[in-house]
Every structure is written in structure tokens, then in C-alpha cells.
Design a binder for this molecule. Structure first.
Ligand SMILES: Cc1cc2nc3c(=O)[nH]c(=O)nc-3n(C[C@H](O)[C@H](O)[C@H](O)COP(=O)(O)O)c2cc1C
Length: 466
């Protein structure tokens, strides 16, 4: 989860400034909406326009996806963790994320029937979900949505999840990634159980499928031992689109080998560009071209008809943040408690733990803010979980996004929707037309599958290739 940080508004631009990019056609970007109902900020559920009970109302998910589809978002993405927290409930109750949320694949199956074009992405953890189950769920969603499914490959990053699966704590960070590499291979092998034209449905000759086009999955590895096959025809996309968000070295290696969409980190254009170049530079050794992977930079954006209106909206959001909950989130990512410290004094450097086992990049950002000598309140409020935070009028927002892409810091954006549906509706209504005018956002759908819309190739069946 993320929060609006105390970074000034509009970030990086002199108020009212224009970049002079008027009418310039730049590259078309990929857009994803990160949906964590009722909004991906600590105070979202308290927003006057938010219905906090929408979290279990599937009709509202459908409407949000339709809204994102009207704005030509490529992807509607639901984050997930297979857990709820079990301690510090008085703080979590101020900011109840992942305390009351629907299982994402189930939701997306319903959303698929209410939409036609937008991609449908969800998280499933390789640390806890068996490869067979992952392959089966996402193959089903790909069939249900006629080729719009995407799997976000995560290793999970909290011990609450581990305890739901009989483990006292998460396995060590790098070992989780070794497991994820193997899990990915098994999952993709399951998707290739059947060749594309295996099911012939020949009634006359009583041949339902061609047995020569079935390939058994026979794998004996460090973490998984399986012998079998997927009882579902090959997914329309061959494989659902592979998403990854790891920012550590093993995370980037997994992404460089397997991912087609990566949720990039970096709260400044320089940091995002460094991430982008580093990640794309790792692909060659896996025989992949940089264009086979789209980096979507994390983005929090508040747009208003005027800059003043955007600032007003942002100030309202800031006023709703319970500081105790904000510190709770910081402590979670720093993997230590800071609750004994005074709010308005610098955090002592010796309170930074020696190493992290959860999210390495978020840990590094929190540690960095503490090293700047900021007070606990300032650290908590400025912590963005490595996303760019911006607010402004439609032209300022479009300038910011265009500049980011033109400087080679990303292929598009993962918009963390701060409150639902208002923050998304504002973006679709106000920013999208300006981005379309510049040629950055499509004005019509070009393909029928998510792969086609993102310009990604359909993978050949690995058994047939060989
Ligand atoms: C946009 C975005 C969405 C994410 N969604 C999830 C999620 O749904 N579930 C999860 O466990 N982790 C999620 N993560 C966390 C990452 O998968 C990963 O654990 C994190 O970036 C730390 O990886 P690292 O240790 O390789 O840096 C997300 C990260 C980003 C940036």
C-alpha cells in the first residue's frame, strides 16, 4: 500500500508551468490501474465520497473496471496477500487494508463478464499457491475473459501470510525467489500441456482430442515434484501475461527472464530510469529483447480541473491520514517497531535494522529517509513505497507523464488509485483526453487480447518448439 507523500504539489514543476510539449506526439504508453479497495492510501476509506463497504460489492468492481476501460487502461489489476494481520489491531483498524477484501481471481471472473477489452491482472504467491493451482486458475480466467488474463508473480512479503500456511515466518528472501523461478517453470509447463489445436471435437470419428498433442508435465526439482497435466485447453493467449514487481537483484533477475510487465520503482525520474536501464540490461543474457518487457512506473496522481482544485483534493486526502496507522505501515516495511519514539524528533539511526527480509526497496526508502535526519512524523508522511507522486491540472499531469516517458524512465504507468472511484474517475475524465491528444493513450482498441493490446508476442508451446 502507498500514501500521498509530503513532496509538494505539483511535484517537480513550478506551479502553473508548462513544458511546451503542446501537441507533440510521443510514444503510446501502457496504463494499469492498481486497485486496492476502497483506495490505496491510509485514509482512503474515510474519504467523504468513498463507500467503505464497497470492498465486498462485486458490482462496484465491475463499474470500476468499466470506468478504467472507458479510459483505455490496458490493465485492471488487483493486488493481494493471502493473509490478514493479527496484531496491533487498534492501529490497523484506522487503516484496514487486507482486512476485508475479496479473492481476486473470483472477482475478476465476474469482472470479465462486465468488460470487453481491458486486461485483468491478479496476484498469486509462488510461496504458498501450488503451481498446478496457479496454472489452473489463470488458464480458466484467460478462457473466461477471452485472452485478457495476467498473473502477477510474487513471493509474498509478510509473516502473517506464512502463518496461514503452517510456517512460523517467511522463508529467506532470496530462497523465495529460487522457489519462484522453479514455480514459474512448472506453471508455464502446465499451460503447455495441450497444443493449441489439440481439441478437435470430431464427433463423426469419435475423437475429442488428438492424443499426440498432449504433453505430460514431468518435473522433479528442489521445491516441486509433479507428474501430470492441466485439464484445460491451452489458454487463448498461450500463457496469460506475466507480471512481476520485484526490485531486489533476484527479483529483477526473475523479471528479466520471465516477466512481460514489470511494476517499476522510483520516486524520481532518475531513480526510475536507473531501474529501467538496469532491468532491461539484464534481459539479453536470457535471449530476450528489451521490447518484450514493459516497465510501468508506480504513480500516484491527483488531477483537478485547475491546479488549485488538485491541491484541495490532495489536502483533503492528507487530512484523513491517521498518523498512527501511517507509522504502522512504515514499521511494517522497516520490519521493526518505532512506536516508542517521539513523533516530532529525528529517528535515531541505530533504529534501522541491519537487513530486510520483506520488501528490500521499500526498506531502503524508509532507511534513507531516516538517514536524512527527518522526524518520525516526516519519515512516515514522506514514505511513498517508491512511487512518483504528482498533482496538478490535466496539462501539468500530462507534461509530467510525457517527460517521464520521453526521458526513458518507463513504458507506461501503474496508477495506484488513491480513493475509489473518484481518483480514477478524475483521471479518466480529465487527464486521459489530454494524453490522447498527445498520442500517448490509444483512442481505440487495436487487439482482442491483452497481449495484442500491449504489443506482446504469443508464446510458442515449449514442447512443440523443441
Ligand atoms: C505495483 C505493485 C504491486 C504489488 N502487488 C503485490 C501483491 O499484490 N502482493 C504481494 O505480496 N506483493 C506485491 N507487490 C510486492 C512485490 O511483488 C515485491 O514483493 C516487492 O516489490 C519486493 O520485492 P523485492 O524484495 O524483490 O524488492 C507489489 C509491488 C508493486 C510495486
Amino acid at each position: 500500500m502507498s500514501d500521498i507523500a509530503d513532496t509538494g504539489c505539483p511535484g517537480g514543476l513550478t506551479p502553473g508551468a508548462r513544458s511546451g510539449l503542446d501537441g507533440v506526439v510521443t510514444k503510446q504508453i501502457a496504463l494499469s490501474a492498481l486497485i486496492v479497495p476502497p483506495g490505496n492510501t491510509t485514509g482512503a476509506w474515510r474519504h467523504p465520497d468513498v463507500d467503505p463497504a464497497m470492498v465486498t460489492d462485486v458490482e462496484q468492481y465491475k463499474q470500476m473496471a468499466q470506468l478504467a476501460e472507458r479510459g483505455f487502461f490496458d490493465l485492471f489489476f488487483l493486488a493481494d496477500t493471502p493473509a490478514t494481520r493479527t496484531d496491533n489491531l487498534e492501529y490497523w483498524s484506522q487503516s484496514p487494508m487486507y482486512f476485508n477484501s475479496l479473492e481476486p481471481l473470483t472477482v475478476l471472473s465476474a469482472v470479465a463478464g462486465a468488460t470487453q477489452h481491458i486486461g485483468l491482472g491478479a496476484t498469486a504467491s509462488t510461496s504458498f499457491v501450488e503451481p498446478f493451482n496457479i496454472a489452473r486458475m489463470f488458464a480458466s480466467l484467460d478462457h473466461i475473459s477471452h485472452g485478457r488474463a495476467a498473473w502477477n508473480v510474487v513471493t509474498s512479503a509478510n509473516d502473517y501470510a506464512a502463518r496461514n500456511f503452517g510456517q512460523a515466518k517467511l522463508a529467506p528472501h532470496d530462497e523465495r525467489y529460487v522457489m519462484a523461478e522453479e514455480a514459474f517453470d512448472v506453471v508455464s509447463s502446465y499451460w503447455d500441456t495441450w497444443e493449441d489445436d489439440a481439441f478437435v471435437y470430431d464427433k463423426e470419428n469419435a475423437v475429442n482430442f488428438d492424443p499426440s498433442k498432449f504433453h505430460v508435465v514431468d518435473h522433479d526439482g528442489k521445491f516441486f515434484r509433479v507428474y501430470g497435466g492441466l485439464p484445460i485447453a491451452r489458454p487463448p493467449q498461450g500463457w496469460p501475461v506475466i507480471i512481476q514487481a520485484g526490485a531486489s537483484v533476484p527479483g529483477k533477475e526473475l523479471a528479466a527472464r520471465t516477466a512481460e510487465v514489470v511494476f517499476g520503482t522510483g520516486s524520481s525520474v532518475e531513480a526510475a530510469k536507473a531501474f529501467y536501464d538496469d532491468l532491461k540490461g539484464r534481459m539479453e543474457k536470457y535471449g530476450r529483447h528489451p521490447d518484450e518487457l514493459k516497465v510501468l512506473s508506480g504513480l500516484q496522481v491527483i488531477v483537478g480541473r485547475t491546479e488549485a482544485e488538485a491541491i484541495e483534493k490532495r489536502e483533503l486526502m492528507d487530512s484523513l491520514v491517521p498518523i498512527g496507522a501511517k507509522i504502522m505501515h512504515l514499521c511494517n516495511d522497516l520490519e521493526t517497531s518505532l512506536f516508542d519514539l517521539p513523533l516530532d524528533e529525528p529517528v535515531p539511526l541505530d533504529r534501522i535494522p541491519e537487513k530486510s527480509n520483506h520488501h528490500q526497496v521499500y526498506f531502503a526508502e524508509a532507511a534513507d529517509l531516516i538517514r536524512q535526519g527527518l522526524t518520525l512524523r516526516e519519515v512516515a508522511m514522506r514514505f511513498t513505497r517508491a512511487t512518483t507522486v504528482f498533482c496538478g491540472d490535466p496539462v501539468q499531469v500530462a507534461d509530467h507523464l510525457q517527460d517521464w516517458v520521453d526521458q526513458g524512465a518507463g513504458d507506461g504507468f501503474m496508477m495506484s488509485v488513491n480513493w475509489l472511484p473518484g481518483n480514477l474517475a478524475d483521471f479518466v475524465e480529465l487527464a486521459i483526453p489530454e494524453l490522447q491528444r498527445r498520442g500517448m493513450v490509444r483512442t481505440e482498441w487495436t487487439g482482442s487480447t491483452l497481449r495484442e493490446n500491449l504489443g506482446l508476442a504469443r508464446p510458442a508451446n515449449q514442447h512443440v518448439k523443441s
